[in-house]
Design a protein around this ligand. Structure first.
Ligand code: NDP
Ligand code: AKG
Length: 446
């Protein structure tokens, strides 16, 4: 029997009450994948989509830690092991006060499709805690990371589940968690990616997500015989993904003019130079640092409490967080002449924004395709750890470019309409779905 989108979504919503981000992520996939399933009923016979919308398991645990003043704090940690049909669970850990089960389920669901698109053998998972690292001392962050791993260690492993960083979790936090895993288990294995180079990390991992999002943008533009060079680019966020995206835009001759954080955005009409980007990278590592301080150092303007989407541009890279660009903001971007959007963040454009881009037929890349470079490089870190070797930077840079190029090709193959317009949402969802679904078919009903 054919599946119907509205019945399917009623079923998803009733099973996952209140988890609005999860409903949104599943809806975006179901809308494009259901027609594909209805044309290939073998998938519906064993309820592949229904099974893919249900995590394999969710682990939730208490994390207790003491702040420097001796006060005891209680947070909630999670790992959502979503789907391991094509490889060990793989996906980042987020430390942010907004973390809850629904947010991590949306991220784990998306991750399953994204990891499939990389062409590497990785399943999907995501984890985190409602811990706010902002304003905490280095010692407090270390204690939190260690206590988080004291529980998580029993659920992860190089062949089971391999976490990495995400919002609020960078190289420093990965180091604290890896050290604790090593100490508790008395083993040295590639249980996390995003590690420091000294203890098994991969070159190019810090750069990979931001660079990859720009490679994908470049592939989309090249497909239409266009290029980044000479174009004005607006970027949101000022963390790992945003700063590396800005850097690669600069390498390609574009002009990045904005970055943001939860306090507002900065606009530098002269464009960021490498020196300015390096300053932002260093500045944001400091305790309590805000992007607003940029204007005291380099000029430009700070827009408190605002998002950058009203600044005129040809290209936009949302690189902060989910639902940070709505339908009205999408219309403003279109009115100002924006021709392409490449998502560095996960689900930064809400449903109305996606509809606006799709109706205008501009180039729009969903994060599961355009930000897959980070996890792609993590996959290469896993293989370097298994082989006990380090690959060179040039080799990894080329590998990243190829991973992004192959994802672009898969999207074009599955998403090109009769008029030649590429629907990258459809292309990414079907290409990502097919590999996982075929593996599930091979396993039978389990
Ligand atoms: N790191 C990676 O390899 C990958 C990351 N991603 C996605 O990219 C996005 C950014 O991650 P990453 O750069 O690693 O994270 P970082 O923690 O390095 O930076 C996050 C940035 O986003 C801003 N931000 C976070 N939450 C909000 C919010 N609610 N409103 C406004 N701004 C906010 C932060 O501002 P502030 O400092 O004020 O909090 C900061 O500037 C996320 O969606 C993540 O899931 C996707 C693929 C891989
Ligand atoms: O590198 C990884 O494993 C995770 C990256 C991530 O969290 C993401 O792609 O959203």
């Amino acid at each position: 029997m054919a599946i119907n989108l509205s019945d399917f979504m009623d079923w998803v919503v009733s099973r996952n009450p209140g988890e609005v981000e999860f409903h949104q992520a599943v809806h975006e996939v179901a809308e494009t994948v259901i027609p594909f399933i209805n044309n290939n009923p073998v998938y519906e016979k064993i309820k592949v989509l229904e099974r893919m919308a249900e995590p394999d398991r969710i682990i939730s645990f208490r994390v207790t830690w003491a702040s420097d003043d001796g006060e005891v704090h209680v947070n909630r940690g999670y790992r959502v092991q979503f789907n391991n049909s094509i490889g060990p669970y793989k996906g980042g850990i987020r430390f942010h006060p907004s973390v809850n089960q629904g947010v991590l389920k949306f991220l784990g669901f998306e991750q399953t499709f994204k990891n499939s698109l990389t062409g590497l053998p990785m399943g999907g998972g995501k984890g985190g805690a409602d811990f706010d690292p902002k304003g905490k001392s280095q010692r407090e962050i270390m204690r939190f990371c260690q206590n988080f791993m004291t529980e998580l260690y029993r659920h992860v492993g190089q062949n089971i589940d391999v976490p990495a960083g995400d919002i609020g979790v960078g190289g420093r936090e990965i180091g604290y968690m890896f050290g604790q895993f090593k100490r508790i288990t008395n083993s040295f294995e590639g249980v996390l990616t995003g590690k420091g180079l000294e203890y098994g990390g991969s070159r190019m991992r810090p750069e990979a997500t931001g660079y990859g999002a720009v490679y994908f943008l470049e592939d989309m533009l090249n497909h239409k015989e266009d290029a980044i060079e000479g174009k004005t680019v607006i970027i949101s966020g000022s963390g790992n993904v945003a700063t590396h995206a800005a850097e690669k835009i600069l390498h390609r001759g574009g002009k990045p003019v904005t970055m943001s954080d939860s306090g507002g955005f900065i606009h530098d009409p002269d464009g960021f130079t490498q020196e300015k980007i390096d300053w932002i990278k260093e500045h944001k590592k400091q305790r309590g640092a805000r992007i607003a301080a940029y204007v005291d150092e380099f000029g430009g303007t700070f827009h408190e409490g605002a998002r950058p989407w009203s600044v005129p541009c040809e290209l936009a890279l949302p690189c902060a967080t989910q639902n940070e660009l709505n339908g009205e903001e999408a219309k403003t971007l279109l009115k100002n002449g924006c021709v392409a959007v490449s998502e560095g963040a996960n689900m930064p454009c809400d449903m109305n924004a996606i509809t606006a881009f799709s109706e205008a037929k501009i180039l729009y890349a969903p994060g599961k395709a355009s930000n897959a470079g980070g996890v792609g490089m993590s996959g290469l870190e896993m293989s370097q750890n298994s082989a006990r070797l380090h690959r060179e930077e040039e080799d990894l840079r080329a590998a990243l470019k190829k991973i992004m190029g192959d994802i672009h090709k898969a999207c074009v193959e599955q998403g090109t309409g009769p008029d030649g317009h590429v629907d990258y949402v459809k292309g990414a969802n079907i290409a990502g779905f097919k590999k996982v679904a075929d593996a599930m078919l091979a396993f039978g009903v389990i």
